[in-house]
Design a protein around this ligand. Sequence first.
Ligand code: SAM
Length: 242
Amino acid sequence: MNITFSSIRTFYTSSRYLKKVPERLKGRSKSSQEWLIRQMNDEYVSKAKIENYRARSAFKLIEIDSKFNILKPGDVVVECGAAPGAWTQVCVKRINAAGTVPGKLQGKHIAVDLQPMYPIEGAHILAPLDFTKLSSQTKVTELLDGCLADVVLSDMAPAATGVRELDQDQILTLGYSVMTYAQQISKDGAKLLIKLWAGGRVKQLENELLLHYSRVKVVKPPSSRQDSAELFLLASNFRRNT
Ligand SMILES: C[S@@+](CC[C@H](N)C(=O)[O-])C[C@H]1O[C@@H](n2cnc3c(N)ncnc32)[C@H](O)[C@@H]1O
């Protein structure tokens, strides 16, 4: 019998297996047990631990950047929805924000989140802060100190209610807020990456992005779970005077 990683994962996440709940998970709610079992059997969760990333989400940015070359040493990056900081860890390395690679340009990274975040060398962390508030955006602009951004990233997601339309509307509102702010602080040629959930008015946001960026791609990196509605809009080549 050919035992592959995915066959093991299918076995562990099958309803037959879920009836045999490990002792230490007993007493938790069913959804919490399912979430923990999925985490225990997720290859990206293990990889994140081995590579010292704060969350498996690191691999989404790594995969997107490896395919589309978003980040380079010396870039100025604004990241919205950064906690716990896995994207920040990836970004800081790739733009050399801590100046740890001599001979390469040193970038600048500003990370914002509603939740508090532990420090990351090379990152300016503004947290806890609600990015959608004008006062928060003013703080980011002040930290930019006259620089324009090469890249704006948003992995922001609201706490899901489970009501699909409501959740989609809320994540779109976050997406619009990032798009509007990115237009004020991005340099010519800049990129913008926004996380959304499929459906609703995604196409409308895509069309609005096309008014200011030459290209917009819908991206679903391999580490984004197939059963999740998550997708990313990657807009490239910002045109400042449009
Ligand atoms: C999926 S997590 C981000 C994970 C992060 N990219 C990482 O790799 O560690 C989504 C984040 O969006 C944040 N968020 C949601 N609404 C926000 C808002 N209005 N302002 C700032 N952050 C927000 C949440 O607090 C949460 O930490």
